[in-house]
Write a protein that binds this ligand. Sequence first.
Ligand code: FES
Ligand code: FES
Length: 157
Amino acid sequence: MRITLTVNEVKRELEIEPGETLLELLRREGYKGVKKGCGSGDCGACAVLLDGRAVNSCLVLAAKVDGRKVITVEGLENDEGLHPVQQAFLEEGAIQCGYCTPGMVIAAVDLLTHNPDPGEDEIKEGISGNLCRCTGYVKQIEAIKTAARRMGEGADD
Ligand code: FES
Ligand code: FES
């Protein structure tokens, strides 16, 4: 079966396998920033934005995304550089092994897009589906606060 999928603003015609997940399709097409953790919806490593909302791509059948838009972590950067969330994760040292980072960043972007000034509990809730084995979440929460502040300052310009 063929589907049309816009990935990181590029419209693609893609051949998919029966039963293939969006995670498998994206990785097969070279979007290796989308990580496979549990494969069962429990860790958030595979999160992407699907029509602007974070979803676990391991739970989405590729056949169901025909005509839709996906942004992976690779697509967050633009000509001006890293997305403020990516930048803040780097600066705050919110990355250790980095395996959870793409999904965590995607969840944070979804959160800040829909709630530009979240409180700490809202940040915790926003990343509650994303497991990290390394960091204890403190630096990631700080990074999301930093990104929120900067994005807010940018919005005021
Ligand atoms: S790999 Fe998709 S939620 Fe863990
Ligand atoms: S930085 Fe290693 S799992 Fe999160």
